[in-house]
Design a protein around this ligand. Structure first.
Ligand code: CAA
Length: 260
């Protein structure tokens, strides 16, 4: 199957500037993989972007050097750290208008072998984080009467995946949570949507054993992994001011892997 030309995504001239600089976007897990793609496209579209990361200082420095996007280290599974970081951003930039809950981890194992820690770590980082971050942004977004919340789920939260009961539970939970947030946010011009990527060319997917990954790719009708930019484009669309009527939705981007 033919791959698409990446230059289609990377050409600056093709990006429409739709955000003003006072649209402040925070992207958790933003220094690598899909998160990095999201940061870059939002910046090119005119927003002021801040990327979050958990531990890899060297990678974060490299990211900031290459993109000129600020990165901040905090633990999305820790409510107090989320509260502190959002307060700092609001005090420095004046507001926070776009929240992309992208940070996520895998601790794959069959349920027979899965430890309580593997279960809890994934639920804390992938699901509780979405509550933490949304909660600490809520007062600011309601008072400004604007918010765009985009939560990154996964095809595996929709279809299930052998060896991922923890990840699938968290990613499915995100879909339900997003629909509830959408209902509560509508009166404040806050939208909440889920983007559910399939298997994308990232370090996370590269960690899947090659023989297992080859089998998975053979079941993807488009016949390849996705590119981070193919996910990022949908996030940028959802973040736009004129996307207000799109709320509570789940956009699946998976090369036809699962048709929901
Ligand atoms: N369906 C049915 N049976 C399966 C299976 C499947 N999908 N995958 C494995 N099995 C079977 C194997 O054939 C094997 O059976 P036998 O012993 O009878 O041969 C048995 O299950 C054990 O398989 P493994 O040898 O692979 O077991 P393991 O304990 O070494 O590893 C695992 C298990 C960690 C789950 C490994 O299979 C794995 O890493 N799978 C990939 C999981 C995956 O797709 N993760 C996605 C990460 S990327 C991501 O999550 C991003 C995103 O959003 C898409």
């Amino acid at each position: 199957m033919d791959d698409i030309k990446l230059s289609n995504f990377n050409s600056k001239s093709k990006d429409e500037v739709v955000f003003t600089e006072d649209r402040i976007a925070l992207v958790s897990g933003g220094t690598r993989g899909i998160g990095r793609g999201i940061c870059e496209i939002l910046k090119r579209a005119g927003a002021t972007v801040i990327a979050g990361y958990a531990s890899d200082d060297e990678q974060a420095k490299k990211f900031t050097r290459e993109t000129n996007i600020k990165s901040i280290k905090w633990d999305v599974s820790n409510f107090q750290e989320c509260d502190n970081v959002v307060k700092e951003i609001i005090s420095e930039y004046g507001t926070l208008s776009i929240l992309v809950n992208n940070a996520g981890i895998t601790r794959d194992s069959t349920i027979k072998k899965m430890s309580i820690d593997q279960w809890q770590d994934v639920i804390n980082v992938n699901l509780n984080s979405v509550f933490n971050m949304t909660k600490v942004c809520w007062d600011e977004m309601t008072s400004k009467h604007f918010g765009r919340i985009i939560n990154i789920s996964s095809v595996n939260g929709q279809a299930g995946q052998y060896g991922q009961v923890n990840y699938c539970a968290a990613k499915a939970g995100i879909i339900g949570m997003t629909k509830a947030i959408a209902q509560e946010g509508a009166r404040y011009n806050i939208t909440a949507n889920t983007v559910a990527p399939g298997y994308v060319d990232t370090e996370m997917v590269a960690a899947v054993p090659q023989n297992v990954l080859d089998k998975i790719i053979s079941t993807i009708p488009v016949g390849r992994l996705g590119h981070p930019q193919e996910i990022a484009r949908a996030v940028a669309f959802l973040a736009r001011e004129d996307s207000q009527f799109v709320t509570g939705s789940t956009i699946s981007i998976n090369g036809g892997h699962h048709m929901y």
